[in-house]
Design a protein around this ligand. Structure first.
Ligand code: 2AM
Ligand code: CA
Length: 264
């Protein structure tokens, strides 16, 4: 029998330790490289943090699988067994330029079912965590179930990229939505934005391009507070694929799908 409480306890311990290491490493010089394009950043600390987490997981749970953004984990083709999805630093651009608003994001699945979600906002020392069936928390504070919010009173998380010329969506699709909502915010870490949706700081979040390690933990949090997440076509997300994501309050989600995205 899998001892999920042990996994939960260890995962929380490791994520806090990793956060502490990141804070210490920030005082030294950080090596910055680019990946797929000049704005796609990775640092030595992203890689070291991923390795730290993988070493810990493998030492206690050698049969678990690990999908990590920096590629030091396994190459996964299925969600069979126990799978950890890890982003050691989500929001690397924030980490490099702003020294805040980056997170460690860990989603743990059993045969494709989300069991544990952890999103740690290192600088603010805010750990968003959820255990399947037992609710979601920010540190020791239990997060309430989502209340209905009309779009006119909603705060929308969106990056300006998606309402200007870009390769993934016609800017005219989402710009009327930006006019309709009460306000928009962009935090630059998808995991943080999903944690903010789960905790009511945002009501809805839309993005065109996420990888599984960006959204896995956030979706597990959302499950516990009655949040909804799909692709922008209204389909279920596949936790092994890159995807667009529309996540949040069920009534905002439904209205956006029907009023803005039904033609997509
Ligand atoms: P990252 O910092 O871990 O790369 C804002 O840019 C958000 O989108 C961040 O969470 C960032 O994660 C993620 N992101 C940036 N470029 C991406 C890409 N090409 N594919 C998937 N996610 C990406
Ligand atoms: Ca990352």
């Amino acid at each position: 029998m899998t001892n999920w409480k042990e996994i939960d306890l260890l995962a929380k311990t490791w994520v806090k330790e990793a956060g502490q290491k990141i804070k210490e490493a920030m005082r030294e010089e950080v090596t910055i490289e680019t990946k797929s394009n000049p704005n796609d950043l990775v640092t030595n600390i992203d890689k070291e943090t991923e390795q730290f987490l993988i070493d810990n997981i493998q030492s206690v749970f050698p049969d678990h699988h690990i999908l990590g953004e920096e590629g030091q984990g396994d190459k996964l083709t299925s969600l069979d067994g126990i799978v950890w999805m890890i982003d050691p630093i989500d929001g690397t651009m924030n980490f490099v330029h702003q020294k805040r608003n980056f997170t460690i994001s860990i989603g743990i699945f059993e045969n494709g079912i989300g069991k544990i979600g952890l999103i740690y906002d290192v600088i603010h020392d805010e750990l968003y965590h959820a255990f399947q069936g037992e609710g979601a928390y920010m540190n020791d504070t239990k997060l309430g179930k989502m209340k209905r919010v009309p779009l006119e009173k909603a705060i929308l998380g969106i990056n300006a990229t998606w309402i200007t010329e870009n390769s993934r969506i016609d800017p005219n699709v989402l710009s009327p939505l930006v006019k309709r909502v009460r306000g928009t915010r962009s935090y630059g870490s998808a995991a943080l934005e999903l944690a903010y949706v789960a905790s009511g700081r945002l009501d809805i979040y839309v993005t065109m391009r996420l990888a599984p390690w960006d959204y896995a933990a956030g979706c597990i949090l959302l499950n516990e507070v009655g949040g909804i997440y799909t692709t922008l076509n209204g389909k279920s997300v596949n936790f092994l694929e890159n995807t667009s994501v529309l996540a949040g309050n069920p009534n905002c989600h439904q209205t956006i799908l029907s009023d803005y995205l039904s033609e997509q």
